[in-house]
Design a protein around this ligand. Structure first.
Ligand code: CS2
Length: 497
């Protein structure tokens, strides 16, 4: 298909856009906002918002579920402004392995508010009588706790400000408490807080963090929250690469639609959630969401296999100079290495997961990673490694140390991460794109490797007491020594297989 003039995506043009790709078949103006979502990145738009859209399309008669997006950081303003011109419509481009792209306009997000400039609007939306759920994708590093102790970080100046000035919230905790306080005062039921980030026991973690914050701010409110709010644990899954200019152009050229910020993703989608909703929920089970009594085993499986597998490929791939995850698994050595890590280090400590064949799961992971059309950049995978590795990879090493299991495949990834943080170039001398909230600390610690080979892994907030374990220290030291002496990463990988 080659279109002459792409049509601008917005509500007014929706019918015309509908001649080029599927568009919402439900009345968007009649939706009821029952979900308020904090952190509207690509993942939310490919996942929860997509499920809500599917449900709306299948339930023509009942009121459609509307989502109000919330941005709590100035960086969210770009999407806020684009959404304004597009009536909160966006295109989801599902990329299949054979090169086919299914593009569809998603209509479930119907409003977007910025906490930085309209805090009252955000609180009022959460406190609205219709709000059933406040969901979150604020990234693994966004929950304000110490990764090794798991304790709430009261040193954050924004948190200190909110404790003194509950009426002027800045963080997710300040906003949630302000809104819950208002609901309690208005004798409205609480809402469910639904965390959709890759953290084991993500709901339990949130219950603890919000409880700690609320206790420090208003202990009566903390009691009410403990009794009334529910925090289902959930496992979320859909690979959602960063949108590129090329995606925007493909959409305009091949589909004839102008969308300033489409979202691309893989065909696979999964959401496993505990059915603990304080104030009702959409009938998500009708569109494939799995409700289970205990999501723990699913979360652990996904974090320790998929997310850890991504980090293994990402950090080793970055050093070698592979640009994407599919380029990594097209390299037979990387594919073999990944499989060895999954089979020999990640799987033994997972145990049995009821109803899941781990072999099938791993095979499907390799297929998903290999999707040549996805082009998921290793820079996305390596971004915020300081928030990811303590949840995805380091526990696997710690548990294998206790169980006398293999640690070598994961340990090389930590050595690669040190080299990556220190040198900031790949092994061909090409600059790496590094995004990490702890970038400076990581660099400083890594740069001390020449004097102390364990300097990087002595960062306790990330690695706990790992450096004190003799077996780990020996293995890591020899790997980091070889890397710093210029050994090729692929040779080191080969040597471990
Ligand atoms: C990735 C995840 O950020 C990462 O490192 O592993 O974003 C991953 O793509 C998603 O969790 C897939 O569901």
């Amino acid at each position: 298909m080659n279109m002459e003039t792409p049509i601008q995506l917005n509500q007014e043009n929706l019918q015309e856009v509908g001649s080029r790709m599927p568009v919402p078949n439900y009345g968007r103006s009649a939706t009821t906002i029952t979900i308020v979502h904090i952190g509207v990145g690509g993942f939310h738009r490919a996942h929860l918002a997509y499920y809500a859209h599917l449900l709306n399309g299948s339930e023509a008669s009942s009121p459609a579920t509307g989502i109000c997006g919330i941005g709590l950081r100035e960086g969210d303003r770009k999407l806020h402004d684009i959404f304004k011109t597009q009536d909160h419509l966006y295109t989801l481009m599902v990329k299949h392995p054979d090169g086919k792209i299914d593009a569809e306009v998603i209509g479930s997000i119907v409003d977007f508010k910025m906490g930085t400039s309209d805090p009252e609007g955000v609180i009022a939306q959460m406190a609205h009588v219709n709000t059933e759920i406040v969901s979150l994708t604020i990234t693994e590093g966004g929950y304000n706790f110490n990764p090794t102790t798991g304790e709430f970080d009261f040193d954050n100046p924004d948190i200190q400000h909110e404790l003194q000035h509950p009426e002027d919230p800045k963080t997710v905790y300040g906003f949630l408490c302000a809104a819950l306080k208002r609901r309690r005062e208005a004798a409205l039921p609480a809402f469910t807080i639904l965390v959709c980030d890759n953290i084991e026991h993500n709901g339990d973690m949130m219950r603890k963090m919000l409880g700690t914050f609320a206790e420090a701010q208003d202990s009566n409110l903390a009691k009410w929250i403990a009794q009334e709010v529910t925090f289902p644990n959930s496992m979320v899954d859909r690979i959602t690469p960063v949108t590129t200019q090329a995606d925007i152009e493909t959409l305009a050229q091949n589909f004839g639609v102008q969308d300033a910020w489409p979202v691309t993703c893989e065909p696979f989608i999964q959401w496993v959630v505990e059915d603990k909703f304080a104030n009702g929920r959409p009938a998500f089970e009708n569109v494939g969401v799995q409700f289970v009594p205990d999501v723990g085993p699913y979360e652990k499986m996904k974090l320790r296999l998929l997310n850890a597998g991504h980090s293994v490929l990402g950090l080793l791939g970055a050093l070698h100079g592979h640009p994407t995850i599919n380029a990594c698994v097209e390299d037979a050595l990387f594919a073999k290495y990944l499989r060895a890590f999954l089979d020999e280090e990640a799987t033994p400590i997972l145990g049995d997961i009821k109803g899941i064949d781990l072999k099938d799961y791993k095979n499907s992971l390799l297929e998903r990673f290999a999707n040549p059309n996805i082009k998921d950049s290793v820079s996305r995978i390596c971004s915020e490694s300081s928030a990811k590795l303590p949840k995805f990879l380091i526990p696997t090493i710690q548990e294998n140390l206790v169980a006398s299991g293999s640690i070598k495949f994961a340990t090389l990834v930590l050595a690669a991460w040190c080299f990556y943080s220190d040198k900031k170039v790949d092994q061909n001398g090409q600059a790496l794109e590094i995004n990490d909230a702890m970038q400076r600390d990581l660099h400083t610690a890594a740069a001390a490797t020449a004097n102390d080979p364990l300097a990087f892994v002595k960062q306790e907030s990330l690695f706990g007491a790992l450096a004190e374990n003799a077996r780990f220290a020996e293995s890591y030291t020899s790997m980091v020594d070889e890397l710093y002496q210029g050994a090729d990463i692929k040779k080191l990988m080969q040597g471990l297989l």
